[in-house]
Design a protein around this ligand. Sequence first.
Ligand SMILES: *Cc1c(COP(=O)(O)O)cnc(C)c1O
Ligand SMILES: [Zn+2]
Length: 435
Amino acid sequence: MPAHLVCFEKACRKRYPVTEVIYNCPSCGGLLEVAYSEWTLDPERLKRVFRERRMSNAPLEQSGVWRYRELIPFLDDFGNVVTLREGNTPLLESPKAAAYGGLKNIAFKHQGFNPTGSFKDNGMTCGASQAIRLGMRRVACVSTGNTSASMSAYASAAGLQPIVFVPHGNIALGKLAQALEYGALTLQVEANFDQILALVRTLAERLGIYLLNSINPFRIEGQKSIAIEMMDQRDWRPPDWVVLPGGNLGNVSALGKAFRELRDLGFIPRLPRLAVIQAEGAAPFYRFMKAPRPGGFEPERRPETLATAIRIGAPVSWPKAWHEIEQSNGVVEQVSEEEIADAKAQIGRAGIGCEPASAATLAGIRKLTAAGVIDQEADVVAVLTGNLLKDPDYVHRYHTGQLKAADGRPVRGRFANKPVVVANDPDRIVELLSE
Ligand SMILES: *Cc1c(COP(=O)(O)O)cnc(C)c1O
Ligand SMILES: [Zn+2]
């Protein structure tokens, strides 16, 4: 089943070889996606094969991405794969968090269990493997955090040189720490995300660097495995809703594509509805979907949210995301800084924990159940995109009442859990613990 790149624009739909180094359609500038011709599979046989592979010690079978390689078949030589055993993330249930969200039940698909702590690893294993296939020696990305952490790890594991461009002063410390530790040449540029992206695109060609930004269609192919593994874990029963945060909108594009392909290939009977949640200060897609029209996309010039992973003003994958919301009869919602912070603390108290952007899911679910959009009996999976320890500064500020929005306004948490300072006095401690 030959793989190729195809332009996402309906009016163009030009095809290109999968080995061409292009990031947008050379003809019209549209987004590219990976497509497969003559693609038929035997779902019942493959469902058994996927299960059997879980018992294997072979690296490819231990990966929660490559175990499903028949559903992401763009490589012709698996010798090019670089894997850190990504994926394999749990579905965690929590009646307590469900109640906070206005639901009977909820399951969190926790992508923070990945090797570098976010879902970016599901995609990066594919992006980095494609870079090796293309014979590239250096890879680069512009990133507000998790992409740079993930790319650095996969590039270094594969013997490629990682180059990370970050907007100066706008990154959670845990993520910058990872890029440095994984050996990336890290350039903090005094410009915003979009300016740096334009710069890097001209440099990439001049210097022979492969770009692993979020429009990279091979990363999107890898992120499909989040949906595929979720279905495998649920014995191929699609939920009513899959809820995820939206920044650049690559992930909703990937999950939507995965569910459609699984349905078309006969693995699942129907699509779940997708709900994308944005932060109020960075919600251009939310506003667009109130009155969608072709080309009518208005970027947010000054995106602001403490959930830095979704602090995106001009989401590159919006045409794909729009398509997936339409196809799945989905919705887009926005939530405030307080709603994100409190939902995050609730996910923490359920013993699960996640980074701020991830908690937008539960905050959005709470709003959507209150509005009657999501039924309280509904079968809901929320995707927690990143690990709690990505942004410890945020956590500490929340619990000590010091969290402030970008404009200096305090973000008041309802579930602060302040550390208690106590003298070295047993009687006092006994007194405290008996309160
Ligand atoms: C990248 C990222 C997002 C945003 O995903 P998009 O695909 O850009 O919409 C959300 N949460 C976390 C933790 C991320 O790393
Ligand atoms: Zn095109």
